[in-house]
Design a protein around this ligand. Structure first.
Ligand code: F6P
Length: 324
């Protein structure tokens, strides 16, 4: 391998910069050139390339977002788009690629790998943690800490006013942010796409949660079937009128900000592993950390959502026990 392209794609996540830095530094360490691709797959198609050196990734490990920018590319979904991307890389002398992103990114990489003989390794960069083949994705820990910090503040005011707060967190298809942050903030209940809980179940939980606690917090994942925090708030206010109900949607603040040390280290380890993997012949796979070991999981397995098994009733029960 002579020249590795690196790109970030899909929703950004804190730690993506640390991952780019690790890919660039590891490539240079192994005497390989690195090309930064701007705006994910869009950059491959538009030939938006920049040569990277040690200095171009200096002082970014602590920064949120991605210096390479990101996009969700429609053009890469087309055969012509992918062919253009391949031709542009060939022309530029890029002979391997590291893609940093989530399931959309790996779905694209998987299709591309089936069409062209081109080595690609992925790094899990998403706040959602919804990939198989890694215990944690880069950005999940940072997003969780942002949520916990925000909800702790909400708890203060909720407690002062004896209020019920419905807090919506990100996760269009996955409740993993809601689940873990819910435990972290001592939520009374959580609503996630995987658990199929309706507002009657929530009412039941509220009635059985600690009576001496002035405030109640329900964490709702964006993708929950009920229809979002405002809908849940409306229903609960009606059925639970003795509580003053408020709704708060945390939104994109969850995607920004400094990565935690956990995310920086994870991104650094996986970034180096991606380059070393490519050198050893890995392709069509995502580098992840499972039980402290680096493993490579084929893209089509990585994109199988973590679901019922991980987001099992054991976790939901944990919340019940702790808020009893
Ligand atoms: O996949 C990451 C994520 O933040 C999801 O949790 C969320 O549903 C989605 O991206 C939002 O995407 P966008 O910023 O494009 O609206």
């Amino acid at each position: 391998i002579k020249n590795i392209g690196v790109l970030t794609s899909g929703g950004d996540s804190p730690g993506m910069n640390a991952a780019i830095r690790a890919v660039v530094r590891a490539s240079i360490y192994y005497d390989i050139e690195v090309t930064g691709v701007v705006r994910g797959y869009e950059g491959l198609i538009n030939k938006d390339f920049i040569a990277m050196d040690r200095k171009s990734v200096a002082n970014i490990i602590q920064r949120g977002g991605t210096i390479l920018k990101t996009a969700r590319s429609e053009a890469f979904r087309t055969v012509e788009g992918r062919k253009k991307a391949y031709d542009n890389m060939k022309e530029e002398g890029i002979d391997a690629l590291v893609v940093i992103g989530g399931d959309g990114t790996f779905t694209g990489a998987n299709v591309f790998s089936s069409e062209f003989d081109f080595p690609i390794v992925g790094l899990p960069g998403t706040i959602d943690n919804d990939l198989a083949g890694t215990d944690f994705t880069i950005g999940y820990d940072s997003a969780l800490n942002t949520v916990v910090d925000a909800v702790d503040r909400i708890r203060d005011t909720a407690e002062s006013h004896d209020r019920l707060f419905i807090v919506e967190v990100m996760g269009r298809d996955s409740g993993l942010i809601a689940l873990r942050s819910g435990i972290g903030v001592g939520a009374e209940a959580i609503m996630i796409p995987e658990a199929n809980m309706n507002t009657n179940d929530i009412l039941h939980k509220l009635e059985h949660s600690r009576k001496d606690k002035a405030s109640k917090i329900i964490i709702v994942a964006e993708g929950d079937d009920t229809g979002g925090a405002f809908k849940v708030g409306e229903i609960l206010q009606e059925k639970y009128p003795h509580y003053d109900t408020k709704v708060s949607i945390l939104g994109h603040i969850q995607r920004g900000g400094k990565p935690t040390c956990m995310d920086r280290v994870l991104a650094s380890r996986l970034g180096v592993a991606a380059v070393e993997g490519l050198i050893k012949g890995e392709r069509g796979a995502m580098a992840g950390l499972v039980n402290k070991e680096i493993i490579f999981t084929p893209f089509n397995h990585a994109i199988k959502h973590i679901n019922a098994e991980q987001v099992s009733s054991t976790w939901v029960k944990l919340i019940d026990i702790l808020s009893f």
